[in-house]
Write a protein that binds this ligand. Structure first.
Ligand code: SF4
Length: 382
């Protein structure tokens, strides 16, 4: 019997095909479209490995199937509003989602042992953020909504297309970090779906060893993330004691530092795996030797390494970068206590690369009647 042809969906009920996991895509294509299972694999590879933006591009899929797909589903990528490239090679994208919501993603370059440029991509997972950390431009905007899996992974598709990165065996975007806008554990469902899809060998093919999820310390979801084994964990600490943490990260600090550390002590880690702690050095706030002493004691409770991030000053926020002397003294103290601490320099300072800064300047520009899409403020066209 020939397969039953599904009734075409009206546009508003079209399936967002990038929002389906592989199992969901296969079930939909076999059940609703009457297609054989191997067809789902072909479509999946077009979507995630060959950057197809239309069903027409899927040339090894029959015309009839492409027509059926186009009647019932859409492929929606985030729209690139602006791209800025820093003198240090950092690339920052401001993206508009289908409803016009703006999010940011950043590519941070590094060099491989063979001298090739490799990129780490920083992904957003929410539009805005509810956590309100006082040093963060995104935090000052408040929370708008969660991003879907399609929107989260759409950032990777956009970046790969921008770079001409189409060889899964030698990708230019090597590593992904969930450190952009939003708190991943507050959008756990879509983040977990994204991690599973990233991990698919016929899709984007990112091994868990190349993905880091960063949380500011949310109880719910922490265990599930650890047990999934789908990513490394980073925890944004930024203060070595509860009192200071409550001052600079008031919402995150509702789960006390002591309880957070107790949960991390039993966090499931693979052999030789460590938790990364992020510590943003804010001049005159958390960068003294006393703070370093407290911090060394605190992180020694777990198998950990520390990333010391030098604050990237942002307009409207009341913080400054620490002096070079204080940064070095802080780092040296930690090493003297056998804590692995690495200074991570903020990149892309000339393009507002810190989380939320580009969107903030876009919104400020709109309020002032500027038209950023015209390429003002040094923006490059994609
Ligand atoms: Fe949210 Fe992260 Fe900014 Fe805190 S630092 S407000 S968790 S985006």
């Amino acid at each position: 019997m020939p397969p039953v042809r599904p009734t075409p969906c009206p546009p508003s009920r079209m399936i967002d095909i990038l929002n389906l996991t592989y199992d969901e895509l296969e079930a939909w294509m076999t059940d609703a479209l009457g297609e054989p299972r191997f067809r789902a694999r072909q479509v999946w590879q077009w979507l995630w490995q060959k950057n197809a933006r239309s069903f027409d591009a899927m040339t090894n899929v029959s015309k009839a199937t492409r027509a059926r797909l186009a009647e019932s589903a859409r492929i929606t990528w985030p729209e690139v509003r602006t791209v800025k490239t820093s003198s240090d090679g950092t690339v920052k994208f401001l993206l508009a989602l289908a409803d016009g919501a703006l999010v940011e993603t950043v590519l941070i370059p590094s060099e491989s042992r063979e001298g090739k440029v490799r990129m780490t991509q920083c992904l957003s997972c929410q539009v805005g953020c509810a956590m309100g950390c006082t040093f963060c431009s995104t935090g000052s905007m408040g929370f708008e909504r969660n991003m879907t899996m399609a929107e989260i992974l759409g950032q990777v598709l956009v970046a790969r297309e921008h770079l001409g990165d189409d060889r899964p065996d030698h990708p230019i975007v090597r590593n992904l970090v969930f450190m952009g806008m939003g708190e991943p554990l507050l959008n756990l469902n879509e983040v977990m779906r994204s991690l599973r899809t990233l991990n698919d060998e016929f899709g984007l093919c990112f091994s868990p060893r190349r993905i880091t999820v960063s949380t500011c310390g949310i109880e719910k979801g922490l265990r599930e993330l650890g047990e999934s084994g789908l990513a490394f964990l980073a925890v944004s600490l930024h203060a070595p004691n509860q009192e200071l943490r409550a001052r600079i990260m008031p919402r995150a600090a509702r789960w006390t530092l002591d309880d957070l550390m107790a949960a991390l002590e039993s966090y499931p880690l693979k052999t030789r795996e460590r938790i990364t702690f992020e510590y943003l050095l804010l001049g005159g706030v958390n960068d003294s030797i006393d703070h370093a002493r407290e911090l060394a004691r605190l992180v020694s409770r777990t198998k950990a390494k520390l990333n010391l991030i030098v604050y990237n000053p942002a307009e409207g926020l009341p913080y400054e970068a620490p002096s070079q002397a204080r940064i070095l003294a802080f780092e040296q103290y930690l090493w003297s206590k056998n804590v692995t601490a690495i200074i991570r320099k903020s990149k892309g300072q000339d393009i507002k690369a810190a989380c939320g800064q580009l969107k903030a300047s876009e919104l400020a520009g709109q309020a002032a009647g500027d038209d950023m899409a015209e390429g003002t403020d040094g923006m490059e066209a994609p």
